[in-house]
Design a binder for this molecule. Sequence first.
Ligand code: ADP
Length: 786
Amino acid sequence: MGQAIKNKSETATHTHQFPFLANAGEMGTLIETKNWNTTSLGPIDTWPQSLKTALSILLHSKFPKFLFWGPELICFYNDAFRPSLGVDGKHPNILGSPGEEYWGEIWDIIKPLIDQVMSGGEATWSEDQLIPFYRNGAIENIYWTFSYSPLTDESGEVAGVWVTCMETTEKVNTLKELEESKKQLEFTIDSANLATWSFDMKSYTFRSNDRLKEWYKLDDEVNPSETGIERLHPQDKSRILEATQRSLNYESGGKFDEVFRIINPSNDEIKTLRSIGRTWFDDNKEPYQMYGIVLDITEQAKIENENKKLSAIVSKSNEFIGAANMDEEAEYINPAGLKMLGWDDYKGRTISDCIYEEDLPKARKLLNSLMHKQSLSDEIRLFNEKTGKPFWIKWNIFPIRDEFTNDLLNLATTSVNIDELKRNEVAVREALNKIEESEKRFRKVANSAPVMIKMTDATGRINFVNKMWQEFTGVQASDYIGQKALQRVHPDDHQAAVSLYKSCVKRREEFRAEYRVRMHDDSYRWLSNIGVPRFTVDGSYEGYIHACMDVHDIKLQEQQKDMFIGMASHELKTPVTSIKGYAQILKKRYEDSEDEFLLNSLSIIDNQIRVVTNLISELLDLSKMTTGGLDLHPERFALCELITEVIKETTLINPKYEISYKPGNTSEVVADKERIRQVLNNLLNNAVKYSPDSRRIEVRSEFTQSTATVYVKDFGIGINKVNQDKVFNRFYREQGKNEKTFPGFGIGLYISSEIIKKHQGTIAVTSEKGEGSEFHFSIPIEPSNM
Ligand code: ADP
């Protein structure tokens, strides 16, 4: 190149021998100064005019030109062609040399073209043709656009080949690069799952890549921008239209970046897209073009959604959820966790800050062990910073590891607050200890108690008998365990005792019974059994505890007493009946007498005899009852009429008392009329007897479809609340200073209640001391079996 410049400067001062070489540049000078004598062309002045003319045109042209001349195809070229030969290549030696000598590497490409032209053929045209040849010290890939055209000599024969050419290597390479970068861009768009679009507002044309067409299900025929709007999710439509409108406004800068959903019309599938676009504006600030890319972020949106849900769960959870880095610094603690700790924030806090002081060594040990474990779960105490109080949690810790390297990244925890559970556990343990303690105490007491005690479990099997019971029966406790209760009961008492017991167990009621039990020597003794159901703390049934007392001697005495009462009342009945008869005859005979004393005495005798008669008949009934002889003789009768009758009789004997009666909706009943009369008599007589200061007695009856109920209400002395149930017991009488003044044995109500029970009915009292009492009984209108 340096050589070329030097030659050029020499040219300026050179005086030309040949006019066609004047001002012909570096190549002109080279031609002029070259020794042509050694070439087949010979000295310049011998050259034909046609060659000189051609060279003049060639050398003065600024367009790169080359010439092959003569049969040897001697090479000429101009300054414009010269750079195409590069440095350290063919230039300048190729000048004046036969073509084949210097174009050997491309000769087989160009020779056919040269031959075509030399042999009178048409000029050639080659565009961007690759012709690699030696230059700049190496074979280079050089592209050319060139034409070979014939050059005729004076004789009109083709004597040379004009080569008009232009090196297009740079253009071709640029095009190639462009093509390459286009491919790269397409690849990038394709692999990034991007859709692209453009909209030319002037021509109103919308272009998009296939992916966008596929996403939007765009048909070629339809208007794509309208279809695009149609596909938008209804909830997103107005927002996207507004944003588009905004980006068309010059002031907005033309930017568009929105996330929205489109719906596939064929299957309603929803895609979440992010569109990033840009509007271009002309000089009048009018939009003329929009470009955009669209990303399918459906999966990402799903994940984001999942994440949102997850974080909502975490923040709403009642569990302590947190994460710490490997330096044990808190990176997250959910609101429930912060509340438990009494913290406002977790920033700058560590795991140790949460742990209750006493449990710090344990926590350290657990954390150290975590390095080799998948997770750990243990109970530990944290503490609330505000209250200073510790609380128990089930500490579940698991490490989060790097998916690829397995390195520990974080420590995470989801821990349950078990403070209440723990406290309950302690309470339960204490309660159990207490129960165990009291059980021990119970066994001790039970074994030394002067009563026989046995216990059954929920299935009715014996699980405890005390010492006294073992001594009574002569059976070891170990032989009792697992046995059924009531097995040693006398055959005559067994059935009644078992059926009563069963019905009590069914209703979990107290069981009271008297029966004979076989002793160690096979003799029988009467026992009085009181059994009460047992329940656990939480109310579940556990069986019965029975206390049995030996009432054998009392029972025998009672039997003797009953026998005596039976006999005595029977023996008394005949003389008293005859006294009563004579007293009534005397009363009749002297009813018109004027002897007041006589009349008064007869009246007193009559009243007292009635009292004695009543007492004797009560005693006789009692005797019948204890020997099981109270039989019923049911008949159908009008209960109201019976009540009216009894009231009438009572009023006749006690004329000062006012007895009212409200019969209600009356009905007939099937019952033992005389026994019911006896009950009514008893209740009315008691009402009179225990109302010394009140004259009012109210009777009413009520009938339902199945039962008849009779109420007898007085306003007399009343009964203590605690004794109200006892009044139906045999020989029970209220103890008080008044009571002694009222005659009676305390068996009237006992007999009444036995009569009502035999009628499958019930009898009860409600009373207020000093206010009066109301007795009532109910019997079935038509008893099922009597
Ligand atoms: P008694 O022959 O002693 O009256 P009862 O069996 O009829 O025997 O009554 C038992 C006890 O009930 C009585 O002694 C009395 O204390 C109490 N009693 C019964 N009826 C009444 C009543 N209407 N008012 C107050 N106390 C009553």
